[in-house]
Write a protein of this length. Structure first.
Length: 532
């Protein structure tokens, strides 16, 4: 019965699958599940159809395309489409064929950074949801800890590099107060607390016997001035500088007067040697006090110049007080030079004095800047009051070692005389003869020519661009004087000289200025000829 059924099913024209049809059409084009359903209807009688069915039918029905193809002769690049029915899983082979294309693929593991980034990304997605309170608190704590560490490192750095360097020369008791004062000055600016500790340091220094005008004690006082300037108390800083200078000058005069009396005293015979030892100071003390007085005077000159700069600052704007401070500095310097000449000493410091007095370089730098601010401010009368003593002092200081500073000062004197008007003389000087404009122009011309002459005496190793710039300014003054006198050819000559000096100093702005002046003169000359 089974054979008849199979024969009938196999002989059915619409459902039979022949080898020719299989070769002409791929197996995928047939509806295999449909034939299987027809075949299962006949197998429901309990007879095992597969044992008696034709081998050709079983082979054609159950063998998929992958088993028919030989991987040695045909390409496996195209994958066959399996049936979409759920029942097709029953006829899949138990052993899957080897896919060499799939086996050739490489599997790369993720790098540590990639895994870490993925972990952080996954954790960061819901960290706010899981930790709504703890996470913001942790962020704030980290920021606060970072700020505290930065502040602590800054404090340690300042303490190591600045504070300790300034207090190493002081005794421990004074250094303790200075560290506190410098903390409230350099690290955490609090003027009132800093001033309390500075005063305590000065009091302790006086109690332990430190010299009131030694470098250490004077340094504490100047540090107070610096603290006041940083805190914005410029007026109080200027007042303290003035008070320090006044007290120091009074002490210098008193000390020198006392030492001069002591130096005259040994000519008189003392009745008791023990009393002489008690009353008369030792030679070491006399020498120390004398050197300390000279050293303090040097500091006072610097304090007066600093006071002048402080009065000219934009916070005070007191040019009158600035002028008086610089004038006091010049007077002190000139008096000390005369005092040294009376004692048989040179104007500048000797090798034995070391830093006790001004060197030639320091004195030259002090003199070179005086008067320029008043020239720029349009007050040549004030500038002359500073420049005239400055040039005299600089000549005494430099001697035969002439530098370019003299050229600059001489040029400034010539420019101040050219700009100064005779009617600007003070009304209190009625006894002085009135200077005419012609005499003043002649004096200005002499000073300018003197500047050019002095520049030729400067040695090559001491010469710099300041000499050329000073000569260029002197030539500019001479050109202006010649133009005022109506000597056009002479004015052109000095303009050419000015251009040459500017080119030597590579001063482009001065060259452009001279070229413009010469062009203006060239345009003005035909107009003058036509008017005549």
């Amino acid at each position: 019965m089974v054979g008849d059924v199979m024969g009938e099913w196999w002989s059915t024209g619409h459902s039979a699958i022949t080898l020719r049809e299989l070769k002409e059409n791929p197996l995928n084009s047939f509806d295999i599940p449909k034939h299987l359903r027809q075949f299962q209807k006949f197998s429901s009688s309990g007879v095992n159809m597969f044992h008696r069915a034709s081998r050709r039918f079983v082979a054609l029905t159950f063998r998929p395309v992958e088993l028919r193809r030989s991987f040695l002769t045909e390409s496996c690049s195209q994958q066959p489409q399996l049936p979409t029915s759920t029942r097709s899983t029953r006829i899949r082979p138990t052993k899957v064929p080897i896919n060499y294309a799939a086996s050739s693929m490489q599997i790369r593991t993720a790098m540590f950074s990639q895994r870490l980034r993925r972990t952080y990304r996954a954790a960061g997605k819901d960290i706010w949801r899981k930790n709504p309170v703890f996470f913001p608190f942790a962020v704030v704590s980290i920021i606060a800890a970072s700020a505290f560490c930065t502040y602590l490192l800054h404090a340690v750095y300042v303490q190591t590099t600045e504070v300790n360097e300034k207090v190493t020369r002081f005794p421990d008791s004074v250094a303790k107060e200075l560290r506190k004062a410098l903390y409230f000055t350099e690290v955490n600016l609090e003027p009132q607390k800093a001033l309390v500790h500075y005063k305590a340091a000065l009091r302790i220094a006086d109690e332990i016997g430190m010299h009131p005008y030694s470098d250490e004690v004077m340094g504490i006082k100047l540090q107070i001035v610096d603290m006041l300037v940083k805190a914005g108390f410029h007026k109080r800083a200027a007042q303290m500088l003035s008070r320090i200078s006044t007290d120091a000058i009074a002490w210098i005069n008193k000390t020198r007067h006392r030492l001069s009396l002591k130096l005259e005293g040994p000519q008189k015979t003392m009745p008791d040697p023990n009393l002489q030892e008690i009353l008369s100071p030792s030679e070491e003390d006399v020498e120390y006090e004398s050197r300390q007085a000279t050293r303090t005077l040097k500091k006072v000159i610097g304090l007066q110049l600093l006071l002048g700069d402080l009065h000219e600052d934009e916070h005070l704007k007191e040019p009158g007080n600035a002028f008086m401070a610089r004038r006091n500095a010049l007077d002190l310097l000139r008096q000390e030079i005369l005092n040294r000449q009376d004692r048989g000493l040179p104007p500048v410091a000797t090798p034995e004095e070391e830093d006790d007095w001004l060197s030639a370089e320091e004195a030259g730098n002090t003199m070179s800047d005086l008067g320029e601010n008043w020239l720029r401010a349009g007050r040549p009368d004030k500038a002359l009051e500073l420049l005239m003593p400055a040039i005299a002092i600089l000549r005494e200081v430099e001697g035969k070692q002439i530098t370019c500073r003299q050229v600059v000062l001489l040029t400034n004197v010539a420019a101040a005389m050219f700009d100064h008007k005779p009617n600007e003389q003070s009304g209190t000087d009625n006894e002085k003869p009135v200077v005419t404009v012609e005499k003043q122009m002649e004096a200005s011309r002499d000073w300018a020519l003197k500047a050019i002459e002095v520049s030729k005496k400067v040695q090559d190793d001491l010469r710099d661009d300041d000499c050329d710039l000073g000569c260029a300014a002197a030539a500019d003054v001479l050109s202006a004087i010649a133009e005022w006198q109506g000597a056009d050819e002479e004015a052109r000559k000095w303009l050419r000289e000015e251009k040459r000096y500017c080119e030597s100093a590579s001063y482009a702005e001065g060259i452009d200025k001279v070229v413009k002046l010469m062009a203006e003169k060239d345009r003005a000359q035909p107009a003058r000829k036509s008017s005549k």
